[in-house]
Design a protein around this ligand. Structure first.
Ligand SMILES: Cc1ncc(COP(=O)(O)O)c(C=O)c1O
Length: 444
């Protein structure tokens, strides 16, 4: 019943998952459009691909899932079942993880805000590994750890300030994330490291960096590791020997999106030798962690929408969908091009087909190129956006009073399950304040 054909993408070796057209139409009739559809087998395969890529590493290797990419509970539960770690950034993400059967032992907590309240809350729930990125953050952690009477493993998040070629850059002058390796103020890596090493109740665990998302030139990882090694050697000279149990190289593994991009294996080939030498030069065996959100989730999900109108304007054909950037925000925000396909396809008879969303906003146009297959676009047909599993449903918004679409999942047995129900317009109305139409006494 289920067609599991896969389409090889040249060189990268990445498979983009396929569903049978008749199944997509059947699901559209049953559940309406737009809808998202996740494939469990692809989620699991992605974990395995990353693990395989680092097989030559001589220490332990762990994959972590960055929940920010897709926090659908069914997705989280599958990754919990894979026994991997979780990169978590907010107490609310921890709530999701624990509800889905995850355990605090498998959490790497990497906050942006590093507040006392946040550390109080996650330590109370049993998290014991925290990544710090500022002097104030460390002080908050010390106070929270004292209150919780907890021994905490602390990692130092650095920004190696290397040039990153990526869709989203997290290094170089992006000082929002991490600490300077050679800075001389209290927020630089060295004073923070010293304080961790000298604070009872804290155990220094290792280093963390995150260079960006959709990193297409992997040289920056090698440069970052080299800079980190230099820092560790300098720090040891100044403050004496200290161990390094974990090095976390963050996320950024790129997704093909129909193009040729480096694979996890390419990254492994590039940096595993360097990491093995680093272990030798430091005289320690550390655990290597790769945190991925995009690579683990993107190819496992498609967005299915319907063509609701077509219009000729000059030589161009405008194709109107019942979906807009409210369900695929990066299309507008980053001009991100998802591989798009009209199904069933047909010949292209127009010089240009413009795929537009249903929102009353000139920005609501889906970027397409010759990689998209738009021939045969007619009212009533379905349009599939592939590789849409990362940073999509997590950014759903109700612009134009649009309820959230449903999320379906094809499980490992080929059965289709509901993973998030379509939001009812009345539920949205209430959520937006419809339950307070007649006002409610203010609490102040
Ligand atoms: C600290 C950290 N780790 C990992 C990731 C995941 O990145 P990606 O989805 O590109 O793998 C992010 C994304 O923002 C991040 O901030």
């Amino acid at each position: 019943m289920v067609d599991t054909r896969t389409q090889p993408v040249p060189k990268s070796g990445v498979e983009s998952h396929r569903f049978a057209e008749k199944d997509l139409y059947r699901l559209a009739e049953k559940h309406g459009t737009p809808y998202y559809l996740i494939d469990e087998a692809t989620l699991r395969r992605k974990v395995n691909e990353i693990e395989q890529a680092f097989q030559e590493f001589k220490g332990a290797f762990r994959v972590a899932y960055s929940m920010k990419a897709n926090f659908n509970p069914s997705v989280i539960r599958i990754f919990v079942g894979e026994g991997i770690l979780f990169d978590i950034t907010a107490p609310s993400e921890l709530y999701f993880l624990l509800k889905c059967g995850g355990t605090p032992e498998n959490v790497l907590y990497t906050s942006i805000t590093e507040t006392l309240a946040e550390y109080d809350s996650v330590l109370k729930l049993g998290v014991r590994r925290i990544v710090v990125a500022s002097h104030n953050g460390l002080n908050n952690l010390i106070e929270a750890a004292g209150r919780a009477e907890a021994e905490v493993e602390v990692m130092v998040r650095v920004n190696p300030e290397v040039h990153v070629k990526a869709e989203l850059r997290g290094s170089l002058k992006h000082g929002k994330f991490g600490m300077q390796l050679d800075g001389d103020n209290q927020d630089a890596a060295l004073p923070v490291l010293k304080k961790i090493l000298s604070t009872p109740g804290l155990k220094f665990e290792g280093f963390h960096f995150h260079l960006g998302s959709q990193v297409e030139d992997q040289e920056c990882y090698a440069e970052a590791i080299e800079k980190l090694e230099g820092f560790i050697l300098r720090a040891r000279k100044e403050i004496g020997e200290f161990g390094v149990n974990t090095i976390d190289i963050g996320g950024g593994l790129p997704v093909s999106y129909g193009r040729v991009v480096p694979t996890p294996k390419d990254l492994g080939t590039k940096i595993v030798g360097q990491l093995n030498s680093l272990m030798e030069s430091l005289g320690v065996k550390f655990t290597l962690v790769a945190e991925s959100g995009r690579y683990l989730s993107a190819e496992a999900m498609i967005l299915v929408s319907r063509i609701v109108n077509v219009k000729d304007f000059g030589e161009n054909r405008y194709v109107y969908l019942d979906a807009g950037y409210n369900v695929l925000l990066d299309a507008a925000l980053l001009k991100h091009e998802y591989p798009v396909e009209v199904i069933p396809g047909g010949p292209s008879t127009y010089p240009k087909t413009v795929l537009v969303g249903r929102l009353c906003d000139p920005l609501d146009i889906f970027p397409t190129s010759s990689r998209s297959k738009l021939g045969g676009a007619e009212t009533g047909k379905l349009v599939v956006f592939r590789d849409a599993g990362a940073y999509s449903i997590v950014m759903n918004m109700p612009f134009h009073s649009q309820p959230k679409p449903c999320v379906l999942m094809r499980n490992a047995h080929g059965n289709y399950l509901m993973a998030r129900e379509r939001q009812d317009v009345h539920a949205l109305f209430l959520e937006e304040g419809g339950n307070l139409l007649d006002g409610k006494p203010s609490t102040d």
